[in-house]
Design a protein around this ligand. Structure first.
Ligand code: FPP
Length: 253
């Protein structure tokens, strides 16, 4: 097990997770898909606790994408119910754990039940000071960027902002993750190597860890392992190292 507490300054500040593999896990265990998602919620709970314990600043998880509406109605209904249940049943404990909940994505098109439960959770935890837990619901990274661009255009039109003030940092302040650090580590379970439209702008310099573990079987140990991998990587953000070579020994771009 990697010793994470030995170098707390090397921990990622912002971890994002694409929780993939619930469906395959359910199939493997001859269960209905809704049980896969339900089991995924259990995994999420453990990872949130661990993130708080370790001292991670922000954890963002992809719970429902703008593309997920195309899934069979029964699965979408099951997911919405699960999301509502999650907020209603976990809110007391998350609040006790000092977690700050934020919803990322277009909440207006969510059914009333999950939307209201999520908004109650946001309101209840907004004055906490612990882990920032961002739950992406009806979220798309491109939509996040377009929304920011529209808000900025509006401010420019009104004369509140000038073109020369538009910098990368300012742009970040108009995204759904405003005020939070960029994603340092992006974990994807289920073996795929795609970003799937998650936190596109925020992940520009994220380190990527993909694991074959399906989300319901992803353990706290696997999580610590991913954090350990992140901590052992050399992040240069496009700069040269001292030898002018990258980590593969090739001339750096
Ligand atoms: C991908 O697995 C996962 C999802 C589309 C939903 C993730 C949701 C949860 C973990 C539970 C709900 C979350 C909260 C916050 C209550 P998949 O079904 O695409 O897996 P597959 O690729 O094996 O089919």
């Amino acid at each position: 097990m990697s010793n994470l507490s030995a170098a707390p300054d090397k921990l990622p500040r912002h971890v994002a997770i694409i929780m993939d593999g619930n469906g395959r896990w359910a199939k493997k265990n001859k269960l209905q898909i809704a049980f896969g998602h339900r089991s995924g919620v259990e995994t999420l709970r453990g990872i949130v606790r661990e993130s708080s314990d370790i001292g991670i600043h922000s954890l963002s998880v992809f719970a429902f994408s703008t593309e997920n509406w195309t899934r069979p109605d029964e699965e979408v209904r099951a997911l919405m119910l699960l999301i509502e249940e999650f907020f209603n049943s976990q809110i007391d404990e998350l609040h006790r754990e000092n977690v700050i909940i934020r919803i990322l994505g277009d909440r207006d098109n969510l059914p009333d039940g999950p939307r209201k439960a999520a908004e109650r959770a946001e309101l209840r935890t907004c004055d906490n000071s612990g882990l920032h837990l961002n739950i992406a619901l009806n979220y798309g990274g491109r939509a996040d960027i377009i929304h920011a661009a529209a808000l900025i255009s509006c401010s420019v039109q009104k004369g509140d902002l000038s073109l020369s003030q538009i910098t990368e940092d300012l742009f970040s302040d108009f995204l759904s993750t405003r005020g939070l650090p960029d994603v340092d580590l992006l974990i994807r379970t289920g073996g795929e190597m795609r970003l799937s439209n998650f936190l596109l702008y925020q992940s520009a310099y994220a380190e990527f860890v993909s694991t074959n573990a399906l989300w319901p079987e992803f353990t706290v140990e696997d999580y610590r392992n991913a954090l350990g991998q992140f901590m052992s990587r050399d992040r240069r953000f496009g700069r040269r190292d001292h030898s002018g070579r990258n980590s593969e020994g090739e001339k750096n771009a």
